[in-house]
Write a protein that binds this ligand. Structure first.
Ligand code: C2E
Ligand code: CA
Ligand code: CA
Length: 693
């Protein structure tokens, strides 16, 4: 068989095979650039409309997607040069109707007797890839991305992924029609694909695209986004997220996709074009939250395994005797260890698991309360309830049922309402609280001042107690905003018979300032931290050795507070209380003009009420010296001048604006001589006030 006969025979066989498959078979003469395609391609592709016996590569190129022509040409050249014995390429053909189809093209190279490439025989398959791309944009779909990611992820630290979400596509479809929306999607696909540094694009969902960016530089990645949004300006805007393909962060393609969509949620909260970069911490936080929620659910199902209560003492102010305790929920996860309430309570609220857990807390607290009340009938117990729990309209009934079940009176039991969420239906909540109050329970507003509660609301809900948060108690000093706030609440509370508990008292300093506004109840680390129930019992209820340590601790605090109140004495207060007024006089060397500076106590002594200047003050004091003593006082100042730092004293009658003549005792010295001024300083007392012993 000569060459020609050989080809004829191959073609015959191929024609027969072609009948049994939807693929298009082909044979190409590599040297002569003559190719034959077999199969029913005419229907969709304008590959050979003139029905020629052979077509050349140039004619094939006409139906190849422009973006793919270069790689196909390179493949053909490589084959012709003998660099490849096998052809395997996925690329896009364009149909008569403009639609794009991904085809899988495979073939084998046949060589001549000299070993030179002569023919390429193979098949083009549309079906092989049909499930892997989006027919509208002609881009690979999510399935293909997931396949590819498995290969990309190990190629650590060279690439970024960017997820695009078209804002308002639904609105665009509604306004301009679906056809317009489809054209827009195609344009977006094209623009992303044509952007520099973008190596491939996937149309992962109706209005979502993912681009693989050949860069590991965040600025370059941002530039890609800016370029695309600029190109599409006026047509649509994007929310986008981006992340580096980092093998240390992501184990598989699912994690990558999750991270992209979590980050995208952040971008979607913003208007207009916005790109958010993935943050490892955020994702870790989300993963932790997710895991913790699963753990909490398991625990609740498993009879509240891992939950337990701690009890923090609440003491009466001034005596620091025990008033009661606040039950505080704790959680230890089997896999994650001890978790802080600040972390797990919001999750319980978010998932509404708090409804069940909250009832469990109340039940445990009631049982404990029953025990401790036997020892101390005046003992109080507080439990926390979040506003979320009050969404259950039957909660009051459920709580009361528990008290009845255990035959415990509600008196002395207090519900602390924590306001992490705004109360929307105040009336409904007021009803719930009223039912509880009617049963004898007390209601407290927790964290007053940090949440939404205000004074009007305290009145409406007829509450029994407000708890002032540590935020206002810490670093408390007189004459500060916080001090005034606590002072005002206390005044209001006292007028309305509301008890005030200050919590988070950590130091004797805070306590001694707090005592000056006399709250009713105190709570904080200074007295004790939250304790296990056994320790709480031993230390505060039963007359054990531990009980004695608590008494000693109480006495120590009492002593320290007393000491503090001495130290806390304000010098100004001492001076005012003792009628000691301090003064300073400056005398100009050249003009003899005098200025007088005085403290608050001196102001009181001199009966000065109106505004005055340092000059008028001097005149005022000087003029009111009894005429017989004017010279004596002048002489004393002269002596002070001549003997700096030597103290002189004088007693003289002085005309007080309201009291008439009073006897003043003055003492002072000349302290400096600078800036052309002499400076004198000293103090005055009113002698009539002093009682001799
Ligand atoms: P809270 O009700 O304001 O509880 C007081 C918190 O302050 C407790 O934190 C307590 O340990 C802490 N604390 C007490 N004294 C001091 C102090 O002197 N200094 C400082 N820095 N902190 C002090 P904990 O136990 O971590 O509880 C945090 C929050 O979790 C509670 O704040 C409460 O809002 C919530 N919570 C606790 N148990 C429950 C519960 O059973 N149900 C509900 N709904 N919430 C609860
Ligand atoms: Ca509380
Ligand atoms: Ca609180």
């Amino acid at each position: 068989m000569n060459e020609m006969e050989k080809i004829e025979s191959i073609l015959m066989t191929m024609k027969e095979i072609s009948k049994c498959t939807n693929d298009f078979l082909f044979i190409g003469d590599i040297v002569g650039d003559r190719n034959v395609f077999l199969g029913d391609y005419d229907k969709d592709y304008a590959l050979n409309d003139e029905q020629k016996p052979f077509i050349c590569a140039e004619e094939l190129m006409k139906i190849v997607h422009p973006q793919d022509r270069e790689i196909l040409q390179k493949e053909i050249t490589d084959i012709a040069e003998g660099k490849k014995d096998f052809h395997n390429l996925n690329y896009r053909w364009i149909k008569r109707n403009g639609q794009i189809a991904w085809i899988s093209c495979r073939g084998t190279v046949l060589k001549d007797s000299n070993g030179k490439p002569q023919f390429l025989i193979g098949r083009v398959s549309e079906e092989a890839l049909a499930r892997l791309y989006n027919p509208l944009s002609g881009l690979w779909n999510k399935e293909k991305l997931m396949e590819d990611l498995e290969n990309e992820i190990p190629m650590n630290r060279t690439k970024y992924l960017m997820l695009f979400d078209i804002n308002n596509l639904t609105a665009i479809n509604l306004t301009f029609g679906r056809t317009y929306g489809d054209i827009l999607l195609k344009q977006v696909a094209e623009k992303i694909e044509q952007t520099k540094k973008v190596s491939s694009v996937y149309h992962v969902d109706h209005k979502n695209f993912i681009a693989v960016i050949d860069s590991y530089n965040e600025d370059e990645v941002r530039n890609v986004f800016n370029e695309i949004t600029n190109q599409m300006m006026g047509k649509c805007t994007f929310a986008a997220s981006a992340l580096p393909l980092d093998i240390d962060v992501f184990n598989d393609s699912t994690q990558v996709m999750d991270a992209l969509s979590i980050t995208l949620a952040r971008a979607k909260n913003q208007l207009e074009n916005s790109l958010e970069m993935f943050s490892k911490e955020e994702i870790e936080q989300r993963v932790r939250e997710h895991t913790l929620i699963l753990e909490l659910k398991k625990s609740v199902k498993n009879n509240f395994a891992g939950f337990y209560l701690m009890y923090q003492p609440q003491v009466k102010s001034e005596t620091y005797e025990i008033h009661g305790t606040e039950a505080l929920l704790r959680y230890t996860s089997l896999n994650m260890g001890n978790i802080y309430p600040d972390e797990f309570i919001p999750l319980l609220e978010k998932t509404h698991l708090i409804d069940k857990v909250g009832m469990w807390v109340i039940e445990k607290a009631i049982l404990q309360y029953r025990e401790w009340k036997k020892e101390n009938p005046d003992f109080h117990m507080s439990v926390n309830i979040s506003v979320i729990q009050l969404e259950d309209p039957h909660i009051a009934k459920k709580i009361i049922a528990l008290f009845e079940k255990y035959n415990v009176s509600g008196r002395g039991f207090c519900i602390e309402l924590t306001e992490t969420h705004k109360i929307h239906e105040v009336d409904k909540i007021a009803d719930i609280l009223r039912s509880l109050k009617e049963y004898g329970l007390q209601i407290s507003i927790d964290d007053y001042g940090t949440g939404y509660a205000n004074i009007a609301y305290l009145k409406q809900l007829e509450i029994d107690e407000v708890k002032i948060d540590r935020f206002f108690v810490k670093d408390l000093k007189k004459d500060t905003y916080n001090y005034n706030l606590i002072h005002n609440i206390l005044q209001f509370a006292k007028q309305n018979n509301i008890r005030v508990c200050c919590e988070g008292v950590e130091t004797v300093e805070e306590l001694s300032v707090l005592e000056s506004v006399s709250p009713n109840i105190l709570q904080g680390y200074l007295f004790d931290r939250p304790l296990k129930s056994t320790v709480m019992g031993e230390k505060y209820l039963y007359e054990t050795e531990e009980y004695k340590t608590h008494i000693r601790q109480r006495e120590r605090i009492c002593q320290e507070v007393q000491k503090q109140s001495f130290l806390k004495l304000n010098i100004q207060d001492v001076l005012i209380n003792n009628g000691v007024g301090i003064w300073l006089i400056r005398k100009d060397k050249a003009t003899d003009a005098c200025e007088m500076y005085i403290g608050n106590a001196m102001k009181k002594i001199l009966g000065i009420e109106l505004d005055y200047t340092v000059e008028t003050c001097y005149e005022y004091w000087n003029e009111r010296i009894h005429p017989d003593y004017q010279d004596k006082v002048k002489l004393i100042l002269e002596k002070m001048l001549q003997n700096p730092r030597k103290r002189y004293q004088i007693e003289y009658p002085w005309k007080h604006p309201q009291l008439g003549y009073i006897m003043l005792h003055g003492s002072g010295m000349c302290v400096s001589d600078s800036n052309n001024k002499y400076v004198f300083e000293g103090y005055h007392v009113i002698l009539e006030d002093v009682e001799d012993v």
